[in-house]
Ligand binder design. Structure first.
Ligand SMILES: [Zn+2]
Ligand SMILES: [Zn+2]
Length: 337
């Protein structure tokens, strides 16, 4: 029998099952347990990707103060893991050039020092703090440094624009999701695909400029991240997983261009309608960005990425934290409880 038939049948059944959800999503359907307004963090209250390590321009408390002043209530503090692989000499030169306030040792001592700083701000009463790393997607191919990853509450994989090479596309995400699912068998924590969509646009626009082509001539079809069938494959892979897709602030650089906007909506809206879960983030590194109001609704609204889509990871992080506390309590002698 032709192998395509059962796959098509399975997918048709899946569509039939999800069609109800999709149409309800159109009517502002809310996920169970997300109907109480105070029980859902609004998009601008969330930042699941705030660079707070070696590239930090001010002390950590002041850095978080800036985010809180703009309304943040939940933050995943993180740093690029590969920065800790510099030699002490490379680090000193790089730090001097970047005029960073932060200073950490390189290697495992740096991981510990950074996370000790993150722990020191976790007692803040005005914001929920979680700890993470941003890891290059290439490390899913070449091998991961597991010790620092095991210290994290959540991990984001940097989907690269691959400037000068093939830009990220649907196959990139499908491959990374399969690899992350394998990784989560050893490390059961939430994982995020960082900024896939704007990275493709960045690559295409830079390539066009480098080749003397007007970026305004790039068509929606060329910007489109997914080819036919890939969104359905991704939806099936992500369904019920603890893997999230990030809408980072880079999106706003492109969203007001009607061609980019059309591609973003065609790529993202069907995912959101089918129940794919997202995160929002500033991906802030610099003071100027940290002082600018964060307005994710501008590009999340039209692409169907609602607060409900972005609260699942918060609920999961809170549940994991609560479970860890219960385990720690259970391990204490009875008299101390
Ligand atoms: Zn990144
Ligand atoms: Zn980043």
């Amino acid at each position: 029998m032709n192998q395509r038939i059962p796959i098509t049948l399975v997918f048709t059944l899946f569509l039939a099952l999800t069609a109800n959800c999709a149409s309800q999503a159109d009517a502002n359907f809310q996920l169970p347990g997300q109907a109480l307004a105070p029980g859902v963090f609004q998009l601008r209250e969330l930042d699941l990707h705030l660079h707070s390590g070696m590239e930090r321009p001010v002390d950590l408390q002041s850095w978080i103060d800036l985010a809180v002043a703009d309304g943040r209530k939940v933050i995943l503090l993180l740093d690029h893991l590969e920065l800790y692989r510099k030699t002490p000499e490379q680090y000193a030169t790089w730090r001097e050039k970047g005029k960073f306030q932060a200073q950490y040792p390189v290697g495992p001592e740096g991981h510990k020092a950074l996370y000790a700083d993150f722990d020191s701000v976790a007692s803040r009463k005005d914001v929920l703090i979680f700890k993470g790393w941003e890891v290059s997607e290439d490390e899913l191919d070449t091998g991961l440094e597991m010790a620092p990853l095991r210290m994290a509450d959540a991990i984001g994989f940097h989907i690269s624009p691959r400037n000068g090479s093939t830009p990220p596309n649907g196959q990139t995400l499908l491959k990374r999701v399969r690899q992350i699912k394998e990784l989560q068998k050893q490390l059961p924590i939430p994982m995020i695909l960082f900024h896939p969509f704007p990275m493709r646009i960045e690559n295409l626009q830079r390539t066009a400029k480098a080749k003397g082509r007007d970026p305004a001539k790039i068509a929606v079809k060329e910007y489109r991240f997914f080819r036919p069938g890939e969104q359905q494959d991704l939806i099936l892979l992500l369904k019920g997983s603890s893997i999230y897709i990030e809408m980072n602030r880079d999106t706003e650089h492109y969203f007001d261009d009607p061609v980019c906007r059309e591609a973003f909506i065609a790529d993202i809206l069907p995912l959101a309608k089918a129940g794919v879960q997202f995160t929002v983030s500033t991906d802030n590194h610099h003071l100027a960005a940290a002082k600018k109001p964060f307005t994710p609704t501008h590009y999340c609204g039209p692409t169907g990425v609602t607060p409900a889509c972005c609260n699942t990871i918060v609920r999961e992080l809170m549940a994991l934290r609560a479970r860890r506390l219960l385990t720690e309590n259970a391990a204490r002698p009875q008299v101390e409880r």
